[in-house]
Design a binder for this molecule. Structure first.
Ligand code: FES
Length: 206
């Protein structure tokens, strides 16, 4: 018996019936993937987000640490206000500021803020009025009022801190890079003196 050949209409019918079932199969098989994909992606987003937050936190902390002073005013390592009225006359005994571990000395060449620690092994030289010099009690190093070395095992003069002299007209002058004395302008009124114990300049070599 001869088999009836499917007509064009039969083929179209089968195709039209088969298509939806294929789509359903694909949709059904991909349902798991579609359900999983967002959660994995979200997880990666969370990891990425957490990493970014951590990184930004570290950067912010570093920035704050860098921008803001680590020491308060009047704390060793920070800036000290020195009353201009306390400035000694030129050639007189330097004025000590124990909390800042420095001495303010007025020499013929200007103002110096000398670090009060011996450059030999770290003892504390004292001002000896009768000899008009600093003398170290440990090994006998001696220093002039401007911190320059006189004698003893210390390898150099006393180190100095960077100071700023502020005048009434708003101008100011600071210790230079070499740590030299700040010459005061006699025509101006000094209203403030600042000594930064966080910025030290090496004392003059012998
Ligand atoms: S510590 Fe000052 S001379 Fe030695």
């Amino acid at each position: 018996m001869a088999t009836a050949q499917p007509t064009k209409g039969d083929i179209e019918k089968r195709t039209s019936v088969a298509k939806p079932s294929q789509e359903v199969a694909v949709a059904g098989g991909g349902a798991g993937l579609l359900a999983d994909a967002p959660s994995r992606r979200e997880f990666l987003y969370y990891i990425w987000g957490a990493s970014m937050v951590l990184l930004l936190g570290q950067l912010s902390a570093g920035l704050i640490w860098f921008i803001f002073p680590r020491f308060r005013e009047g704390e060793f390592g920070g800036e000290f206000a020195f009353n201009p009225d306390d400035l000694p006359p030129v050639g007189d005994a330097p004025v000590s500021v124990p909390a800042g571990r420095f001495h303010v000395s007025m020499t013929e060449n200007g103002l110096l803020a000398l670090f009060g620690v011996c450059t030999h092994l770290g003892c504390l030289p004292r001002w000896v009025p009768t000899n008009a010099r600093f003398e170290c009690p440990c090994h006998g190093s001696k220093f002039n009022a401007d911190g320059s070395w006189i004698e003893g095992p210390a390898p150099r003069g006393l180190d100095r801190f960077v100071a700023r002299v502020i005048y009434a007209d708003g101008t100011e002058v600071a210790t230079d890079a070499g740590g030299g004395p700040i010459p005061l302008d006699p025509t101006k009124t000094v209203v403030d003196i600042r000594v930064n114990t966080g910025r030290k300049v090496t004392g003059p070599r012998i």
